[in-house]
Ligand binder design. Sequence first.
Ligand code: 5GP
Length: 248
Amino acid sequence: MNEIGELFFSGKAKDVYSHENKDYVIIKFRDDITAGDGEKKDNLKGKGECNSLISSKLFEILEENGLSTQYIELIEPGVILSKKLDMIPLEVILRNIATGSLIKKFPFREKQDINPPIIQMDFKNDEYHDPMLNDDIIIALEIAKKEELNQIRKITLKINAILSEFLKNVGVLLVDFKLEFGKDIMGNITLGDEISPDTCRFWNITTFETLDKDLFRKGEGDVMNVYREVCKLIVSEEDLKRWGIEPL
Ligand code: 5GP
């Protein structure tokens, strides 16, 4: 029913396969982890499965709240059936708290609250090293139209509100995150890619401890242990039962 077809795209941490239904794809989450424009690399056993469960749960929450996403179903840990999208080469970054590259580039204080949040758009392009864009450049490069950018901003703010609230209730602070959008077969702007500790900054809400890929970027702590902890906070035993998966 969900037979894996041919591999037609391989990213830094995921592979995309065709599906017998040409409007669908099968996304396989790999254990590879990279940082610094792909310069730092490793392979963390279990990371792909872990991120696929976290991403499935967060995409399900967004769908329940009426947002259109690529997610259809978790086939098995590490493997997600998704709608095929024509991806828009933007990294849409939302920041609730100043850290990371923002404080390197601008005079924000580390951990400074940013309210209303900042939405930043970077060009998803390895050759040009993902430079920050503005609306005029995006429109002139024909990456997206003005109305599409407005729609993407509106959806991103909504995603922030929904996920910040959910994560707060499991003890996680949503510091910042990166989204990728595409167009479905009808041309509708749809959330794609993944939402996981690889693409977000998650901090423990009371201690501000790092619970995401920054541990790998900085070479601190047991990254996989922390990813597993985050997975247990976000994915409930009930979710696992519903997906037909053994307890973690
Ligand atoms: P920063 O610009 O501070 O490095 O990252 C801001 C947020 O966007 C972080 O949550 C980070 O994980 C995410 N992010 C930015 N660029 C990328 C990228 O190229 N790949 C991934 N996986 N996440 C990114």
